[in-house]
Design a protein around this ligand. Structure first.
Ligand code: PEP
Ligand code: MN
Length: 332
């Protein structure tokens, strides 16, 4: 149950009520208490302080359409806005990893040429082997921030573990919580206190409910700017890297109020089908697309097989505008 407290409820009273009802106090106006979802009746002690309350079916609460019917909006700038009453589908692209200043600047210039506003690249890479390229760390974050400033781009980059979360929050415009970190409650709870939008990727072995509840850790901490990213789950199929769960996307759209971003690059794990998959994703009426693109994918230090060349990206991007138009959306 989500209980919105009356505007004049003092913080100290709200804290007291949270303890009395074993609920979480969401420090965002209006102050809210979120109880375990099994509570279906307003606790008596809250009655004098309550302006309204929502009974939820599961612990998908703040992120549920039961609570907020409309998709929340997230604004990276007055023009770069998704969700809410917009019909925008945001293109996010860039290499898997920031590898050097020359590489990331070439990509930044490519984005500017194509009027794309959000640059992605990892600098703390959560590789499956400690012997693979691990990313440039802080140096890479600084390069990304430099490109953001120089080319007026917004930066999304990943936090791999808690040890560098402050750096990622400082240097990024959107904090990416990767598939392997989706269950990391230290990261999620810290993101709940951050003043930056957070993109959470679905763990490849997690259910939709677990995925949506990961967002609850951030939202209940007071950060209202969360987006969900489907990037493929592990199934019995081995010919593709993962399986992009579009049924899951339909469920997330139906049940959650968060913008949905799709990442076909990590799902397929190969270049050949990314354009087709991206068109299918855009046709679903999603809020954004995350695509890996590299100036020379054959020498990429991570995810070489799936990154698009600039030529491939441009051809795909042109066709996405047509698909977006056909379903009443606009690529931004
Ligand atoms: C990435 O976006 O580069 C990445 C590591 O993705 P995921 O967490 O989905 O594997
Ligand atoms: Mn990658």
């Amino acid at each position: 149950m989500i209980v919105e407290l009356k505007q004049n409820t003092p913080q100290s009273k709200a804290e007291e009520l949270a303890i009395a009802t074993k609920s979480i106090l969401v420090p965002h106006s209006p102050l809210k208490l979120v109880t375990y979802s099994k509570i279906k009746e307003l606790p008596k002690v809250l009655e004098p302080y309550t302006q309204n309350f929502t009974i939820t079916h599961t612990d998908l609460q703040l992120a549920s359409r039961t609570y907020k019917q409309k998709t929340i909006d997230i604004a990276l700038s007055p023009e770069i806005k998704i969700g809410g009453s917009t019909n925008h589908t945001l293109m996010i692209t860039g290499p898997c990893s920031v590898e050097s200043e020359e590489q990331i600047e070439t990509v930044a210039q490519f984005l500017v040429k194509n009027n794309i506003k959000v640059l992605r690249a990892g600098s703390y890479k959560p590789r499956t082997s400690p012997y693979s390229f691990q990313g440039l760390g802080l140096e890479g974050l600084q390069l990304l921030a430099k490109m953001g400033k120089k080319y007026d781009l917004k930066i999304i980059t990943e936090v791999r573990d808690y040890s560098h979360i402050e750096e990622v929050i400082e240097y990024s415009d959107i904090v990416q919580v990767g598939a392997k970190a989706m269950y990391d409650q230290g990261i999620l709870r810290r993101c709940g206190k951050a003043n930056k939008p957070v993109l959470i990727k679905r763990g490849f072995g997690s259910t939709l409910q677990e995925f949506a509840q990961a967002a609850e850790f951030v939202l209940s901490g007071g950060n209202e700017n969360v987006m969900l990213c489907e990037r493929g789950i592990r199934t019995f199929e081995t010919n593709t890297r993962f399986t992009l769960d579009l049924c899951g996307v339909a469920w997330l759209k139906e049940k959650t109020n968060l913008p949905i971003i799709l990442d076909p690059s990590h799902a397929l794990g190969a270049r050949y089908g990314i354009a087709d998959l991206s068109r299918a994703c855009v046709a679903m009426g999603i809020d954004g697309l995350l695509i890996e693109t590299h100036p020379n994918p054959s020498v990429a230090l991570s995810d070489a097989a799936q990154q698009l060349t600039f030529e491939q990206f441009e051809a795909m991007n042109a066709s996405l505008k047509t698909v977006a138009n056909a379903v009443g959306r606009k690529m931004i």
